[in-house]
Each structure stands twice: as C-alpha cells, then as structure tokens.
Design a protein around this ligand. Structure first.
Ligand code: KG4
Length: 333
C-alpha cells in the first residue's frame, strides 16, 4: 500500500510517501526565515506560505519516492490541532486530491503522529509505553496501549516547553525557533549558575507549567540590567534548560512508575534536545526502563509520521468521510 502523508499544522509544509510502514520519501519546506523576523509564527503569513509550497512539496515527495499520484492508495493529512488557516491549506488540498482521484482519505491527529513517530525507526518499542510529546504547541504525557488507544495523563497548563524555549530565546536576543539556539548556548554554560524554579504542581500531578520559569528568566535579566551587569547568556540558557529537563524527565518517570510501564518514548520538536535525551538515557538505565527517541528529523513536524498514523488508523477504522473539518484545539482530554 502506498500512502501519501501531508502535514501543514503550523509553519512547515511537509509531504512524505510510505510503502506500508517503510519510508520512501520525506520532504519539508520550512518557514523559519519568514517568521524569524517576528520572533514567532505569524498565522496569516504561515497559511499564505503553505499555499505556495503545497503543490511543489507534494510533487517532490512523489518524485523522490519514484511514484505517481495515480499509484497512491491512501492520503493521510493532518486535521488538527494547529493553526486553522495552515491546517485548511493542507487538508483541503488532500481532500481535493482524494475526491478527484478517488483515493481514500484519512484525517490524522498531529499528536497521534508524534506518539507513533518512533515506528519510523528500525529499533521499535513494544506496547504499552509512556509517551512524552514535547513541542512548540504541546507538552503532554500519554499512556499508549496500541496504535489507536492513547490515554492523556497530563498536559501543560500554560506554555508548552518549546514555547518557553522560544520565548526565552527571544528575550535573550536569539533567533526563532529558539530551542536549538538556547540548547547550543547551554552546551557552553553552567547549569548550576542559577537555580530557576521547577513547577511540580500539586502532589502526583502529571501536568506541566512553564510560564513561571520563563518569567523567572525575564526577572533575572531585568535584575542584571538594573545592576548594570552583563547577562551571562550561556549560563542562563544552561540553567533554564536544566529546569525544563528536570521536570520533563521526573514527571515522565513518575508516570511510568504509577502505571507500571517499563518503556518510555519521546517525540515532538523539543525531544531532539541533546541534554533531554542524555538525562532520559541515564535515568532510564538506572531505573531499568527502556528508552526510545526518534532521530531529530522525525521529532520536528514531518509528514512521514502523519502517513504512518494514517496507515494504522485506516487499517482499524477505514477511510474518513470527505465532509470532516479541521480543528485547532487538542482532542485528547
Ligand atoms: O514539533 P515541532 O517541530 O513543531 C510544533 O511545535 O508543532 O517543534 C518545534 C519546537 C520549537 O518550539 C523549537 O524551539 C523546539 O521545538 N525545539 C527545541 C530543539 N529543537 C527544536 N527545543 C529545545 N531543544 C532543541 N534542540
């Protein structure tokens, strides 16, 4: 079965072709340079750029896979959550192809894509596992029982971890998206320079909160300015990153212990963070847990994971109706 995946939920236009679960092509058009000027994604610019990119990106994915549109057996496209204007471009395009070429369509939840992205790798986990999905739009913990059954255990109450990375980068004058830049500076800094707050929330809560941490970084920078001292960017980045990593790892391990699960999987843009992976590896070894992380190209937004999640959804539920719509808010409750 040949599956065409289409992803346009935020600021990347992506397309991929899978042959069953084997990757044939995976291409992406990034909008980073457009949004960099503004220090964050501008929704209207994002949807206009998707309009420009969608045809050539799908064409490129087909060419790289060595297939034609007529040979495609299933189209899987992101339905949500995300920016409505952006989602509409990719999803309407997918619906149009499906209708005109009489190819079945499956609407895919972006989170399900991240939860299953590890199956694009050779080294695959067994069910059940705990998935930490951590990106610019979400920080969520799931108990994953199979390809379809994903129970939400906790989520961020305010900023997502990636959003906190991006906002801290902005206030330190680093480019957008901030995560990779903060993490690069952090690799040269001292993570014990400042003990930034960790929001553990109520006892046993598996929810997250990062807005207080972001404000603590802002306050530190303002205090340094008042004292006419230099902000030590590398040390601030390292201390901030350590606070984020501490909370993400601790809560994920708590979830594994509470639900008696021995496998942890991470996904989403922030999961490409080297320090996060290193601490997870260390803590999982000590606690006899198996740890899986996709390679970075499958962590950030990509269409391969959408094609894969769509393939499994189709096998279980069949095709979606062509009158379904996109949605902006997370569906997992
Ligand atoms: O999953 P993704 O590509 O897009 C969505 O948010 O849906 O994730 C992008 C986010 C951004 O906030 C970016 O700053 C963050 O992932 N990110 C990182 C790293 N690479 C990307 N955050 C921390 N460390 C990184 N190495």
């Amino acid at each position: 079965m040949l599956i065409l995946g289409i992803e346009s939920s935020c600021d990347d236009t992506a397309a991929a072709v899978l042959e069953n679960t084997q990757l044939r092509s995976n291409v992406l058009s990034s909008q980073d340079t457009i949004h960099n000027t503004f220090g964050g994604v501008v929704p209207e610019l994002a949807s206009r750029q998707h309009l420009q990119a969608i045809c050539p990106i799908v064409q490129l994915a087909l060419e790289k896979a060595g297939v034609t549109l007529e040979e495609i057996d299933l189209i899987a496209a992101t339905r949500g959550p995300g920016l409505i204007g952006s989602l509409l471009v990719g999803f309407s395009y997918a619906k149009t192809l499906a209708y005109t070429l009489k190819i079945p369509l499956v609407g895919v939840d972006h989170m399900a894509g991240h939860i299953l992205s590890i199956f694009l790798e050779k080294n695959q986990p067994e069910f059940p596992y705990i998935a930490l999905i951590v990106s610019g739009g979400t920080t969520s913990l799931f108990l994953v029982k199979n390809h379809q059954d994903h129970k939400l255990l906790g989520r961020t109450r305010d900023d997502a971890a990636g959003e906190a990375f991006d906002k801290v980068a902005k206030l330190l004058g680093l480019p957008y998206p901030g995560g990779p830049h903060v993490s690069l500076k952090a690799s040269e800094g001292d993570s014990k320079y400042i003990q930034f707050p960790r929001a553990w929330l109520a006892d046993n809560s598996l929810d997250f909160s990062f807005s207080g941490l972001k404000t603590a970084v802002l306050n530190h920078c303002n205090q340094q300015k008042q004292k006419e001292s230099m902000v030590q960017i590398n040390n601030v980045c390292a201390s901030f990153q350590e606070a984020v990593v501490d909370v993400l790892v601790e809560k994920t391990l708590n979830a594994a212990s509470r639900y008696n699960i021995d496998t942890i999987v991470i996904g989403g843009g922030v999961s490409s963070n080297k320090r996060l992976r290193h601490v997870f590896e260390k803590r999982c070894t000590v606690n006899n847990l198996l740890f899986y992380a996709p390679e970075p190209v499958f962590c950030t937004d990509n269409a391969a994971m959408i094609a894969l999640a769509g393939y499994h959804a189709f096998k279980i539920n069949g095709a979606s109706s062509l009158d379904i719509d996109v949605y902006s808010r997370p569906q997992y409750r």
